[in-house]
Design a protein around this ligand. Structure first.
Ligand code: FES
Ligand code: FES
Length: 185
């Protein structure tokens, strides 16, 4: 008997479970866009180079064009459609709007998902490739423009809206810090 080339899988996307049959070669990006009609996640290069397809899996950034849908079963997937808290935009979304962090908007869902995770990675003390001192005594690095550029370097913007994107990420990170300090006080 020939081996099966498809399976029925259940994906948890933005807190909702979806059961769907997929060819084993279907990428997570195609499953989201073509099977679940979640077209906020964009296809740019389809080969892992532009970041337009970035989603979060268990809170970590993933380029969904390089991930097979079958490998995402049982994981918690967040797409741009699930970043906001109901009617309340995520602070990263609000900053992109307030500071014009886009032009055509095609890369924006990926930029926003990536920024959401990048800010959390920084808050957790993760260094980046441009962090000068990675010793534990140095503490978390300041989220400078260079740090943001490096941490967001997997997300290309063909419109070149980088200046505003960096500003938007910086503002959202500041808002997150202020919220955390308020919660502690
Ligand atoms: S579409 Fe996935 S990285 Fe470009
Ligand atoms: S806003 Fe057009 S590609 Fe980034």
């Amino acid at each position: 008997m020939a081996p099966s080339t498809s399976s029925v899988i259940t994906l948890t996307v933005n807190g909702e479970k979806h059961t769907l049959p997929v060819d084993h070669r279907t990428t997570l990006l195609d499953a989201l866009r073509e099977h679940l009609d979640l077209t906020g996640t964009k296809k740019g290069c389809d080969q892992g180079q532009c970041g337009a397809c970035t989603v979060l899996i268990d809170g970590r950034r993933t380029v969904s064009c390089l991930r097979l849908a079958v490998t995402a079963e049982g994981r918690d997937i967040t797409t741009i459609e699930g970043v906001a808290d109901g009617d309340r935009l995520h602070p990263v979304q609000q900053s992109f709007i307030d500071l014009d962090g886009y032009q055509c908007g095609y890369c924006t869902p990926g930029q926003i998902c990536s920024a959401v995770a990048a800010i959390e990675e920084h808050a957790a003390g993760w260094p980046s490739a441009v962090t000068a001192d990675i010793s534990p005594e140095a503490g978390p690095p300041a989220l400078t423009a260079d740090e943001i550029r490096e941490r967001m370097s997997g997300n290309l913007c063909r419109c070149g809206a980088y200046v505003s994107i960096v500003q938007a990420v910086a503002r959202a990170a500041e808002a997150r810090t202020a919220d955390s300090e308020e919660a502690v006080a």
